[in-house]
Design a protein around this ligand. Structure first.
Ligand SMILES: Cc1cc2nc3c(=O)[nH]c(=O)nc-3n(C[C@H](O)[C@H](O)[C@H](O)COP(=O)(O)OP(=O)(O)OC[C@H]3O[C@@H](n4cnc5c(N)ncnc54)[C@H](O)[C@@H]3O)c2cc1C
Length: 572
């Protein structure tokens, strides 16, 4: 029997989606299974370009169906539907991050286009998608990293209403093949933010020079250079501050995909890890008889379940967002920094168990161990996203507002708001629904109750001994507060989703025993920070808790983990 909480290609039937979505998701799984594990791994090892996969996607109209919003749609199944996009991310992560990346940067490349009023560019993008082309997002530059204000992609007016663009971009996925590259730059004749421009370039134009792939991988993460590239009015997507907002709002849409990719990676790696450990006999007993191995695999399993519950619930807030409900601006960077770093922990825990096996070239695990590291670093680092979520902490913890409940959003709707998010500022004014009822609903689950004590303690911290003026410039200290806050939000959405899906309470309890330990560890970390005051140090030690241990419960959860042994092996 397949575990109902994990993706398993053998049992996968996404019947909760409309027939065409269901068909396409299943066809994608079938394409990978038919390709087979040996070939998939060989392509990964030999850094082969993804031509066959892109041919499959083009033939099925996969990207065109999933990535053309209703406003530009020609077929009835085309819409921008975050629920099914999330499902596809998971499948791509499960089979290989290189496939996911080609699709992900296509999403990013489309962001500035679908936010634009430029009809010519929009129809060009829709046509290219229908023809099976991929896209690229040219924001990063070699010298500037996260500092996108300092772009050196310069647009000189050509006197005819257009520009000549000159400059380089670095770390740009699909820059070798994209039919349309959305490029961020600034005008030479306008100072400050009013000079920003987002424009569409064609990677096959003679003034577009592909320099190289900067990474050693099937992912084509390019450096390219434009030399007097002609940018006509039809190519201009956004100008001025709107261009900057389009960059941030695109990243808002794009970074949501990292959590589900990370989940897919962990799921495939977990089938391999548990199967290996359970069948390996040392000293006459399976490796899984060791208590520490059980603990590590069970922790990995419940952490993974937590990643899934949080991400599924975040989809609902993302899809229900609007000008008066911008809660996704917290939940979205949480999927980015929290879920993807949980993914790293899950793989680390399993790697401790499978040890040498995790290096073997005929395993999926070997690539999972490498690729899982990338996700926390793309679309803004963990630091950048943690710094972002801190802006919401006070409002979220202490000043809830009334909202209508948000339902599960698996309906076949077009998420039009994502392309008209508006100005990216004003984060401090975003309000949230009260986090406490989600916890109250599970007050009888021992470790939820234990964790709730820690969440209440954090509220006490924020209202009584929050960082002062000097500390508010110490990002090292602030980020450790951010980790505590992230845990409370993580727990909240997990509980909301647990309620909506009727999650087994044993699993929930074990999951919260991990969160209690995480909160304690982070409190100790804060205690040791250079600038922590005496009051903050005392608070930190007082917030440490021991989870509620229950051997029978742990044994029941272990049975679920053990059952993953042999539950899935990819076609050879
Ligand atoms: C495989 C891969 C694919 C990529 N694909 C694309 C793509 O298709 N298109 C694209 O435009 N870019 C792409 N990128 C770039 C990626 O988004 C950047 O790597 C990322 O934004 C971080 O920039 P950086 O690595 O240069 O770090 P830097 O900006 O140099 O940061 C250095 C350190 O400073 C910290 N830091 C920087 N700013 C802040 C801040 N405000 N607050 C707190 N800490 C901060 C960072 O966390 C980091 O620890 C890709 C990168 C890789 C590795």
């Amino acid at each position: 029997m397949a575990d109902p909480l994990l993706f398993n290609p053998r049992a996968y039937d996404p019947a909760h989606f409309d027939p065409e979505t269901r068909r396409l998701l299943r066809a994608t799984v079938d394409w990978f299974e038919a390709r087979g594990k040996r070939r998939l791994i060989e392509d990964y090892r030999s850094r082969a370009w993804l031509g066959d996969f892109l041919d499959f996607a083009a033939k099925e109209g996969l990207f065109a169906t999933f990535l053309t919003p209703a406003s530009a749609a020609e077929g009835e199944d085309q819409r921008w539907d975050t629920a099914r996009i999330a499902a596809l991310n998971e499948i791509f992560g499960f089979y290989g991050l290189d496939y996911w990346y080609a699709w992900q940067v296509t999403i990013l490349g489309l962001g500035p286009v679908w936010q634009s009023d430029n009809e010519a560019a929009r129809s060009r993008a829709a046509r290219l998608l229908a023809e099976g082309e991929v896209f690229a997002f040219g924001l990063s530059e070699k010298a500037h990293g996260a500092d996108i204000y300092s772009t050196d992609m310069l647009l000189e007016p050509d006197g005819d209403g257009g520009f000549r663009a000159t400059g380089s971009k670095y770390y740009i996925g699909n820059g070798n093949a994209a039919g349309l590259v959305s490029v961020f730059g600034r005008r030479t004749d306008v100072e400050g933010p009013d000079g920003y421009v987002f424009f569409a370039a064609d990677s096959r134009h003679p003034d577009y020079h592909l320099v190289k792939n900067v990474v050693d991988s099937s992912k084509y993460v390019s450096e390219f250079r434009l030399d007097g590239y002609p940018v006509g009015p039809d190519d201009v997507l956004h100008t001025g501050r709107a261009a900057f907002d389009a960059a941030l709002n695109t990243v808002n849409v794009g970074k949501f995909n990292l959590c589900t990719a990370s989940i897919g990676i962990c799921e495939h790696a977990m089938y391999e890890a548990v199967t290996h450990a359970h069948n390996r006999i040392l000293y006459g007993r399976p490796v899984t008889a060791f208590p520490h191995v059980r603990r590590e695999l069970a922790d990995a399993y419940v952490r993974l379940v937590g990643m899934k519950l949080f991400s599924d619930r975040a989809v609902d807030y993302f899809r229900s967002a609007g000008p008066d409900d911008r809660r996704y601006l917290l939940f979205n960077p949480m999927t980015k920094m929290k879920v993807t770093t949980e993914g790293e922990k899950v793989v680390d825990l399993m790697w401790d168990v499978v040890a040498a096996k995790g290096f073997e070239k005929d395993t999926y695990f070997a690539q999972a161990a490498v690729e899982i590291r990338g996700l926390p670093k793309l679309e803004g680092t963990v630091h950048v996203n943690l710094a972002l979520i801190l802006k919401f902490m006070r409002n979220h913890l202490l000043d809830p507002a009334g909202y209508e409940p948000v339902e599960t959003r698996l309906d076949a709707a077009d998420d039009a708001f994502l392309f008209r998010q508006g100005p990216a500022r004003g984060l401090g004014s975003v309000r949230f629904h009260d986090w406490r009822p989600a916890y109250d609903a599970y007050a009888s689950v021992p470790n939820v109750a234990r964790f709730r004590e820690q969440a209440d303690a954090l509220c006490d911290f924020v209202s009584r001994i929050a960082p002062d003026e000097r500390q508010s410039r110490d990002l090292d200290f602030l980020l450790s507060v951010g980790q505590l806050f992230a845990l409370v939000v993580h727990g909240q959405l997990i509980l909301e989703q647990a309620r909506l899906t009727g999650l087994d309470e044993d699993v929930l309890d074990e999951l919260f025993s991990v969160l209690v330990r995480d909160f304690s560890a982070n409190a100790v970390e804060l205690h040791g920070k250079d600038s922590a005051t005496d009051a903050q140090q005392d608070w930190a030690i007082a917030a440490v808790r021991r989870p509620v241990v229950d051997e029978a419960r742990a044994a029941r959860v272990w049975e679920r983990v053990e059952a993953l042994s042999g539950a899935y092996e990819m076609n050879a």
